[in-house]
Design a protein around this ligand. Structure first.
Ligand code: ATP
Ligand code: MG
Length: 418
């Protein structure tokens, strides 16, 4: 039976900047899934969602797989793996040609788009899609359809979307070196949205911001599709690094302090067990006392930076009007106290924190408490994605090895972007 559709064992791997998470589930054949086991391992081979050390990544995947197998009593089969939004980038470019026969013909349009395409693209990237935005015929600007227009000079502005195909290959290679067969790769933003957004939110217009360790990935859904996406290069690790500098403590201590005492709005201050922290100074190992308020002073500007970044993007592209249901925060960074309130103040839209949920009435298919955390949004979404067969691999492509299908898969996500 087919693993993606047949109600058998399904395995998802979220290869994150801070952790590798393996989830094993059993599909019920009707689009639902029962989570049977989970394994996580700290991840040290990635920077900003991109693999920089395959060996370390393979080791961590192996550990997470062993734990998930032990936890579930099952052996993993083919896996569905996530790829970070940072692998997709886009920019605008212009091209100019002479109109050959004074009236714009289809071949003029082809040539001008070719000319706009002729820009240096980094070696590890491939063009996934080119979207003509507007044309200019002689002095006439903002022409949407230039065919048949009279003139001498045709100019086009195109939006070029590229994908880091070699990085996707690295993810597949790491899984294969860990002894796994990759059934499919999925953009992490699409997976997280699957886990934490409702169908009606996606239909009416909502944003999702996955604040991970390395990056905060934004996607805007409307009419059931992704309309806009942006990777914000600030996330949980930056908060921890700031604390390490601000408190002169080690990264380990700073991470613990952030989780236990971190807050980013004055209103989110709760009665912690102390108002004074005793921390070991990294440089000389001396113990010093730090007021808890200092933690807020360090974390607050960083959190504001994340939401200011998003606010600017929303203003630039007039996104607020098309996301009436507001923004859903997810990823481990959404656990920091006060993030929800701060986002609400800066963005002035409804905000909620998204945790994996199940829309099934069947008790067996409910999400287990152990993964009801924004940290597992991507992993659970990957499982759902695999089961529901969204963007199912077309029949003709099923027998082609995933490595040869990567470019096709990446292009299929972009179709969703339009
Ligand atoms: N309780 C908590 N309070 C504050 N921050 C937290 C908490 N728990 C986890 N985090 C932070 O969440 C981040 C990890 O989130 P997540 O697991 O979603 O990232 P990832 O998937 O590994 O990374 P990425 O998606 O960027 O590749 C870390 O920076 C961690 O410090
Ligand atoms: Mg993540």
């Amino acid at each position: 039976m087919n693993v993606l559709h047949g109600g058998k064992v399904v395995t998802a791997i979220d290869i994150g900047t801070t952790k590798i998470c393996v989830l094993i589930g059993i599909a019920d054949g009707k689009g639902g899934i029962e989570v049977i086991g989970m394994g996580t391992a700290p991840s040290h081979g990635l920077k900003k969602g991109v693999i920089v050390d395959i060996g370390l990544t393979v080791q961590a995947i192996k550990i997470a797989i062993i734990l998930a197998e032990k936890n579930s009593g099952l052996t993993v089969g083919p896996v569905v793996v996530g790829i970070s939004g940072g692998h997709i980038q886009s920019f605008n470019s212009k091209g100019v040609v002479a109109i050959k026969r004074r009236d714009v013909m289809p071949d003029d349009i082809e040539r001008v788009i070719e000319a706009a395409k002729a820009v240096p693209i980094p070696q590890d990237r491939e063009i996934l899609q080119i979207i003509p935005q507007y044309f200019r015929v002689d002095g006439q600007e903002n022409v949407l359809d230039s065919l048949g227009m009279h003139g001498i000079r045709l100019e086009a502005q195109v939006h070029i979307i590229t994908g880091a195909v070699s990085s996707a290959h690295n993810i597949i290679t790491a899984c294969e070196l860990a002894g796994l067969k990759v059934e499919d790769i999925v953009l992490e933003q699409i997976a997280s949205a699957e886990a934490v957004l409702t169908d009606s939110e996606r239909e009416l217009g909502v944003g999702i911001l996955d604040i991970g360790g390395g990056t905060s990935d934004f996607a805007l859904y409307r009419s059931g599709r992704i309309m806009h996406s942006k990777v914000i290069p600030i996330a949980g690790n930056h908060f921890t690094n700031d604390l390490a500098i601000g408190l002169e403590a080690s990264l380990k201590i700073s991470e613990d302090v952030k989780r236990k005492y971190g807050f980013v709005t004055e209103e989110s201050y709760i009665n912690f067990d102390t108002a004074l922290l005793e921390l070991t100074r990294e440089v000389d190992q001396k113990v010093k006392k730090v007021e808890l308020y200092r933690v807020y002073q360090v974390l607050n500007p960083r959190a504001e930076e994340v939401f200011d970044f998003l606010h600017e993007e929303m203003m630039l592209y007039h996104l607020k009007e098309i996301m009436p249901l507001g923004l859903v925060l997810t990823g481990g960074g959404a656990l920091l106290r006060g993030m929800e309130e701060l986002a609400q103040t800066i963005l002035d839209i409804p905000i909620r924190v998204g945790i994996p949920f199940s829309d099934s009435d069947d008790n067996a298919l409910l999400v287990p408490d152990s993964i009801k955390s924004p940290i597992y949004a991507t992993g659970y979404g990957l499982l759902l994605y695999a089961v529901r067969g969204q963007q199912a691999v077309s029949e003709s492509l099923k027998n082609i090895p995933i490595m040869s299908r990567v470019l096709h898969r990446m292009k299929s996500w972009i179709y969703e972007y339009l």
